[in-house]
Design a protein around this ligand. Structure first.
Ligand code: NAD
Length: 261
């Protein structure tokens, strides 16, 4: 594994090693977490400015939602203020460009913010759902989140279904709920010979199995994170710097390698 503990600017040797893996790979995928979106102004959970430094993770459990729907929605409404104005940053844009170039075949994300699609990524699997929608727990009807926000802001907390009066829940996966599309994500990982992990603490399962599957099949693991992750020991390359800097430099390095071939 190349040098870890390189704070601040990205170590050029690590960028070069990652670019080498990605340009040689036949089927590379990306696996992203909340850390790719912090530079868009959305706090992560476990990073230095993470939400769990202010709130208990219990608030994001299905049990808490079912027993305290009003408190949950007031918390979620506050979170959505940052999520709704957020725009994709340099890391999302570079990743979308790598997909257009054919280097990255798919993005498997734990994020619920929709910023990969906003950046232009096409093949995106959202393991933890999306906060762009809410779903009625009683009848399954879905609502665009801006409609739900209007309900909350006009005093209906928790927001209710127009059809059946059931309680609405964000269409995200809360702790204690099964992830979405995991079989498809696992299949993709098992056929991949490289995974680019960006901004995940790699501590939430089953999502964190994705890089493990790639490694077990003999593929390479590249990790971009400002801090150590729980799976650094399986990484072939660790780029210890901000996702925006890392992805911009990596994209340029890949372009220059491809231009030189
Ligand atoms: P996490 O909070 O556990 O970890 C985030 C990681 O990103 C940390 O290791 C941190 O060091 C790193 N990081 C933060 N900013 C970075 C940056 N600019 N550059 C590089 N690395 C950076 O997040 P996770 O691993 O995705 O898992 C936790 C859960 O968080 C997931 O279930 C996800 O659904 C949820 N979540 C999503 C969003 C979102 O959609 N944007 C936001 C918060 C939490």
């Amino acid at each position: 594994m190349s040098s870890a503990g390189y704070e601040g600017t990205c170590n050029p040797k690590d960028i070069e090693a990652a670019a080498d893996i990605l340009t040689k790979a036949k089927h590379a995928i990306a696996f992203t977490g909340a850390g790719i979106s912090t530079e868009s102004g959305i706090p992560d959970f476990r990073g230095p400015q993470g939400l769990w430094r202010q709130y208990s993770p219990e608030i994001a459990t299905i049990d808490y939602f079912l027993t305290h729907p009003k408190d949950f929605w007031l918390f979620y409404r506050m979170r959505m203020s940052a999520l709704f104005i957020a725009k994709p940053n340099r890391a999302h844009m570079a990743l979308a460009e790598l997909e257009r170039m054919g280097i990255i075949k798919a993005v498997i994300t734990q994020n619920v913010d929709g910023l990969h699609q906003a950046a232009g990524s096409k093949n995106v699997i959202e393991l933890h759902g999306t906060m762009k929608r809410a779903v009625c727990l009683a009848c399954g009807r879905t609502y665009p989140m801006d409609v739900v926000i209007r309900k909350i802001d006009s005093g209906q907390v928790p927001p209710l279904c127009d059809e059946c009066g059931g309680v609405l829940k964000p269409d995200t996966v809360l702790f204690g709920e099964p992830v979405k599309d995991f079989d498809r994500a696992r299949e993709l990982a098992l056929m991949s010979d490289a995974v680019l992990v960006i901004g995940s603490s790699l501590s939430v399962y089953p999502a964190a199995y994705i890089p493990i599957f790639v490694k077990e099949m003999g593929g390479k693991v590249i990790i971009i994170n400002m801090e150590p992750t729980e799976l650094d020991y399986i990484a072939d390359v660790i780029i210890r710097c901000k996702a925006g800097d890392a992805m911009t430099t990596l994209l340029n390095e890949i372009k220059s390698k491809m231009g030189n071939q």
